[in-house]
Design a protein around this ligand. Structure first.
Ligand code: 13P
Length: 254
């Protein structure tokens, strides 16, 4: 069975103190209220990863991750953070290619492919994001856009490395807008991504890869999204900043 993963991407929000408080609440609520199978990943800013990883160490359901990392292993790259550093702080996952990185920091697929390699080399798991803009959907180029993002960012990987990747489909028009993709729209794209993987690798690998949906996931739309056969969890932004709304999304996953 595929792993179900609900991840909370805090983006650039929460001081360390606020973040520690939020994680303690989430951890306690999950212990009291959730018996399902999902893994829950907290993805705070870099500065909080070490403290949060220590705080969640006693709750096996919880893991931590980072929102980005350098494509270099080490060296004179002022301001950058390497995958090895993230591992040494307790991270398990690293988001690569979030649309905000693509849009505001000009990160392109060839660059992202190198970041994916750096994450895997450090023994961590990439959460590789893909997704079309509203304009790309309106002119019906979204399948091509997604195919290119997946092919150029991931398809250089060996089959054994590919199995370590989590994919997050986040349509740009649904991020932070309150507009979720309909369950049918999301399912269609998830099945499409899985078919690309089956074509490039094989059906077993395609069936084993966790594909999350992201974009205005809330407690009241999560259950319906999670009922779709190819939606294996969520990458949550805004609703991950409060314990009640985040835990309610987790609870929507059986
Ligand atoms: P929202 O849930 O706030 O739309 O953000 C989604 C996202 O970008 C998660 O990475």
């Amino acid at each position: 069975m595929r792993k179900k993963i609900i991840a909370g991407n805090w983006k650039m929000n929460k001081t360390l103190e606020e973040g520690m408080g939020l994680v303690s609440e989430v951890s306690n609520m999950l212990k009291d209220e959730y018996t399902g199978s999902a893994e829950v990943v907290i993805i705070p800013p870099f500065t909080h990863i070490n403290s949060i990883s220590k705080l969640i160490a006693e709750n096996p359901r919880l893991k931590s991750g980072a929102q980005n990392c350098s494509n270099h292993k080490s060296g004179a790259y002022t301001g950058e953070v390497s995958a090895d550093m993230l591992k040494s702080c307790g991270a398990t996952y690293v988001i690569i290619g979030h649309s905000e990185r693509r849009q505001y920091f000009n990160e392109h697929n060839d660059w992202l492919a190198k970041k994916v390699d750096a994450v895997l080399l450090a023994g961590l798991n990439p959460i590789y994001c893909c997704g079309e803009t509203l304009e790309e959907r309106e002119i019906n180029t979204h399948f091509n856009v997604l195919h290119t993002q997946i092919r150029e960012g991931l398809f250089h990987l060996s089959a054994s490395d590919m199995k370590k990747v989590v994919i997050a489909y986040e349509p740009v028009w649904a991020i932070g807008t309150g507009k979720t993709a309909s369950t049918e729209q999301a399912q269609e794209i998830h099945a499409f991504i899985r078919s690309l993987i089956a074509e490039k690798y094989d059906a077993d690998i395609a069936q084993s890869i966790t594909i999350q949906y992201g974009g205005s996931v809330k407690a009241d739309n999560a259950a319906e999204l999670f009922r779709s056969p190819d939606i294996d969890g969520a990458l949550v932004g805004g609703a991950a900043l409060q314990s009640r709304s985040f835990v309610d999304i987790v609870k929507a996953m059986a």
